[in-house]
Structure formats: C-alpha cells, structure tokens
Design a protein around this ligand. Structure first.
Ligand code: UT7
Length: 325
C-alpha cells in the first residue's frame, strides 16, 4: 500500500456522472399508482427520474461515472490506489460492487470496498477516502455513489415509488499540498432504523421480510431538516466560516422542500444551491456526486471555489463535507 506524506489535503481532480436512458415522468407514474403530477411537484419538486434498464446494473452505471471522472482527472485506472463505492443496491451480496468495478477498470491490487450508509453513502465514502489520503495511505482515490434504487421500490406504494431514481456519480481525489477537503462531519443514530428501511434479509436462499423500501415520510422529513441544519452549522463553525463564504451548497437531493427549508434555516440563497431533484428524483448515494458533476460540467462550480456538501439517509446516517474545489 502507498505510503506517502501525512497531512496532505485530499483534492477533487475529476468528477463524473451517469444517468440511465429511460426517463419516468410523473405522467408515467400516474399510470402505475394513484397519484398526480401536481401532488408530486408540490410535495417534492420532482418532475421525472431515470430508471436503469432491465440488464443495467449498479456496477454498469458506476463504471460510466468512474471513467468520466478518471478522464477529467487525466488519470489512468492504474493510477488509482483506493476504490470506495457507496451503494444500497449492490450487484451481489458479495463480492462488493467496488471489487466488480475494480476488475472492469483494471486497477488490480488497489483496495476496494463498499460503504452502506444509504443516501449518506457518498459523504461517508468521501470522508473515508479523505482519511486514507491525509494519513498517506493512498495517493489517488476513486469514490463512487451508484444506485439502482428502483429495484427496492414497491411500485404499488405511492408514498415511496414517486420519490426515487437511479444513477451514479464519481470523483477522483488526489493528495495535494493545496486544499482540498477542509473538514468532514459524520453522524448516525440507529434508534431511527425503522423510519426508512428495507427490512428483509436473505436466509436459506430466500428473502425473509420485505425487500422493499418502507418509509415514514413525515418523520424522515422532520428529522432531515433538523439534522442537516445542525451538521452544516457544525462544518461552518469548525472552519470559522459563515454561510456567505460558501460558493455552492450541494445538498442531498431528496426533496425540494427539505432542500429549501434547510437552505432557508442556514441563510443560503437558493441561487447558491445546486438542485437536480426535479430531474433525477432521489438517487440515494448517487445524488450528491451527480449534482456536483452537473454543476462542474455546466461551469457553475469553478476551481478554487468553496463547496459544502451534505446528505442524510437511512440508519439514520448524515454528514457534511466542506472543501475547496
Ligand atoms: O433520503 C431521505 C429519503 N426520504 C425523504 O426525503 C422523504 C421525506 N419525506 C417527504 O418528502 C414527505 O413526507 C413526502 C413527500 C413523502 C410526503 O409528503 P407529506 O406532505 O408528508 O404527505 P403525507 O405523507 O402527510 O401524506 C398526505 C396525503 C395522504 O393522504 P391523506 O391521508 O391525507 O388522505 C397520503 O396518502 O398525501 C397522500 N399521498 C399521496 N397522494 C398522491 C402520499 N403519497 C402520495 C402520492 N400521490 N404519491
């Protein structure tokens, strides 16, 4: 394993994203469950979501996003010495999707593992990768969030199936004397395990319990707004920063109402908030890197700007990362 200098910053040098071709609009969902475009847009801001093709896997999407990020970073797969992949919907129970991705990319030998923190997965994975780089244990890390979330949705439950979508986002991090990630902040509270869960398990070759997402939307909503505001304040305080020093706020894309309520509490004007939820729905671990990648590629996020990323998901897990891009 690479043994470099300690105390280096982890700097994002490439981003990538992938969305499956198939789009499911609210009008399409009206044909599946008793819902309507007006309700979905008013309560969530979501207009459409992408859905993985029948033969398209989490690893397929992760590979597209990873290759794009590697290209922007001008890196070859063999330059990568760590792969962390965040997903709730792995291709297999094991090996990890990170190992499947490693084989596809050809960075054989680099440690590769999955992180399961549901919608906070990318923020967790980014945090772990940053620690590897900071301690000199990795020089270049590939961090991916990828989900085929549509496969763990009950398409008869209008309370959940309208909310989620599929996709993948990725970043390449490199050890650098220049900042870099300034600070990371992770939290979890397992007492809230039942308000957002897929409760089933595989036993003797069968799923015992539910294989579908079950959610208490109202509880999740309240918990999300409270904890996200707290963790963002924690990140700002740690860096002696005010909200107006952040160039772009890139929140988890679960629901427009959660995003705007959090931004309002924190005094971030909506012009400084990157939102993709209307087009992507909630892509779980892929939502933050996908939003980052879109804002980088359309020119909003520029080199040297200060970004604040946050996410919250089942567990409950939540976290924030404050960085210079
Ligand atoms: O990463 C975290 C992932 N999860 C989330 O971010 C979800 C957080 N929660 C939410 O975003 C909101 O709670 C929802 C969007 C899920 C629901 O909005 P709400 O304003 O909390 O609605 P509600 O659950 O209180 O339901 C209000 C009504 C109910 O009907 P009644 O009992 O008042 O007659 C629901 O049955 O809306 C009904 N409803 C729907 N109607 C049309 C629930 N889902 C739908 C639907 N279409 N898709």
């Amino acid at each position: 394993m690479y043994q470099g200098k300690e105390g280096q910053y982890a700097k994002i040098i490439g981003t990538g994203g992938y969305l499956p071709e198939k789009i499911l609009t609210n009008a399409d969902i009206e044909k599946i469950v008793d819902t309507n475009d007006e309700w979905i847009v008013e309560r969530t801001g979501i207009k459409q979501r992408h859905i993985a093709g029948e033969n398209e896997s989490t690893c397929d999407m992760a590979e597209h996003a990873a290759r794009q990020a590697l290209e922007m970073a001008q890196c070859q797969p063999e330059d990568i010495d760590l792969i962390i992949l965040a997903t709730t919907t792995p291709d297999r129970i094991y090996p990890s999707t990170a190992c499947l991705l490693q084989e596809r990319l050809g960075c054989i030998g680099a440690p590769a593992f999955d992180v399961q923190a549901v919608c906070s997965g990318f923020v967790y994975a980014l945090t772990i990768a940053e620690k590897f780089i900071k301690t000199g244990s990795a020089k270049r890390a590939l961090v991916v969030g990828a989900e085929t979330y549509s496969r763990i949705l009950d398409w008869k439950d209008r309370g959940t199936c309208v909310l989620f979508g599929d996709g993948a986002g990725a970043v390449v991090l490199e050890a650098s004397a220049e900042p870099g990630i300034f600070s990371t902040h992770l939290h979890a509270d397992g007492r809230h395990k039942d308000i957002l869960t897929v409760g089933g398990q595989v036993n003797q070759g069968e799923i015992v319990g539910s294989g579908f997402t079950v959610m208490n939307g109202t509880e999740v909503f309240k918990f999300a707004v409270t904890q996200l505001s707290k963790v963002v304040k924690e990140a700002l305080a740690e860096n002696n920063m005010q909200a107006d020093e952040i160039d772009w706020f890139i929140p988890h894309q679960a629901n427009m109402r959660i995003i705007s309520a959090t931004a309002k509490k924190l005094h971030f004007p909506m012009e400084k908030v990157v939102t993709t939820v209307s087009e992507h729905g909630n892509t779980s671990a892929a939502s933050v890197p996908l939003a980052l990648n879109i804002a980088v590629r359309d020119g909003r996020v520029k080199k040297g700007q200060t970004l604040l990323l946050e996410a919250i998901g089942g567990g409950f897990t939540w976290g924030a990362v404050l960085l210079k891009f």
